[in-house]
Design a protein around this ligand. Structure first.
Ligand code: PEP
Ligand code: MN
Length: 373
């Protein structure tokens, strides 16, 4: 059960003290408090954990300071959608809105290789009106002898160039807690020219200790990728680990599932699950067509398989696209074969706009159908 307090109920108010006193005496109930500081007000939620079944919604709603009460199912307490749950389905970070109702494109380098490539990529993004990108510094590689990423050495120039080209958010995978500190330090040293969304990759979806540490900090939002070989429920619970530790600025990423059936693509595209994740949880949903499809192969209609996959996800309501580009894919140190070319960026963005418009028209049609108009 969640008690959502009125925004005026501060922790030093009488109402708050009375409420906490009452809750402390409830048998077999523990409380967990979550406060979120918005631009204008602090939103406080009290999670009641334990034997909440006998508590009446009406009575709990009449307690001092309580505005609303939500009875949660066992699943995804913080991030889930529950009956009569009007908690937000968006968050803002560094001036960018991440919501279930909008779409952000993160085109960029799978792995940072040279400063020159970072600069060429970011200039192309700026010239095409983009404010987000992906830049991998810490790469989890299957083969221990493969390039592992430049790590913290590249962070200062990546962040400085981000600032120079108006990039507001850089998605960057972390595979160890020390990477979060290195990112924070490099941002401070360069004067916070840009923002970072920490990415937890598919190999770490159930690295619970990493999830807890990344969840305990609230400075950076997190993109959590679905595990490639576990159930959707297991991956959503992994996202809940982040939120249960305090960080609910979480985007959930679909990136294809591993199968052993000799697929033409690197993974089996799972973007039909976009609406499922949006129905079960309040998280914006990201699609990663590059790691799903894994090739630049195209169809007889002239469209690349990656673009078809993007369209499928966007037409289904995706909220973020993480996609690999490279100025010179044959020189890329990681995932060159799936990178789109910089000359293809305007085409890609226009194709995304067409798919998004189709989604919005479909959503409007569904609203009309529901209202009987
Ligand atoms: C990536 O985005 O660079 C990546 C390694 O993705 P995934 O974790 O989905 O394989
Ligand atoms: Mn990659």
């Amino acid at each position: 059960m969640i008690l959502i307090l009125t925004p005026t109920t501060s922790p030093d108010s009488d109402e708050y003290r009375q409420l906490m006193g009452y809750l402390a005496n409830l048998p077999n109930i523990q409380t967990r408090i979550h406060s979120e500081r918005g631009a204008e007000q602090v939103l406080t939620e009290i999670y009641l954990i334990g034997h909440t079944a006998p508590l009446s919604l009406d009575y709990m709603g009449s307690l001092p300071g309580v505005e609303r009460v939500v009875r949660v199912s066992q699943e995804y307490r913080v991030l889930g959608r529950h009956k009569d749950d009007q908690r937000p389905t968006h968050f803002d970070y560094n001036g960018v809105r991440f919501g279930q109702d909008n779409l952000n494109v993160f085109a960029g380098l799978c792995a940072v290789d040279t400063r020159e490539h970072v600069e060429i990529m970011m200039r192309a993004l700026r010239d095409n009106g983009q404010v987000c990108t992906r830049m991998g510094a810490y790469k989890p590689r299957t083969n221990p002898y493969s390039f592992q990423g430049h790590g913290k050495a590249c962070l200062p120039y990546v962040f400085e160039l981000g600032g120079k080209y108006g990039i507001k958010v850089i998605a960057m995978e972390v595979t160890h807690e020390s990477h979060v500190d290195e990112i924070r330090e490099a941002l401070q040293q360069t004067g916070n020219p840009t923002g970072v969304m920490l990415q937890i990759g598919t190999r770490n979806t159930q690295n619970f200790e990493l999830l807890k540490i990344v969840g305990r900090q609230q400075e950076f939002p997190v993109l959590l990728k679905r595990g490639f070989g576990i159930t959707l429920d297991e991956s959503l619970n992994a996202a809940e680990y982040l939120a249960s530790e305090g960080n609910r600025k979480v985007v959930f990423g679909l990136r294809g599932m591993k199968t052993n059936m000799g697929d033409p693509h690197r993974n089996l595209v799972d973007f039909a699950h976009v609406p499922v994740v949006k129905r079960l949880t309040r998280m914006p949903v990201c699609i990663d067509p590059s790691h799903s499809v894994g090739t630049r192969a195209g169809g007889s209609d002239g469209m690349l398989d990656i673009m078809h996959a993007v369209a499928q996800g966007v037409v289904a309501g995706a909220n973020m696209i993480l996609v690999d580009f490279h100025p010179n894919p044959s020189k890329a140190l990681v995932d060159g074969p799936q990178a789109l070319l910089l000359e293809e960026l305007p085409w890609f963005l226009e194709d995304v706009r067409i798919a998004r418009e189709a989604y919005e028209r479909r959503a409007a049609l569904a609203r009309r159908a529901a209202s009987g108009a």
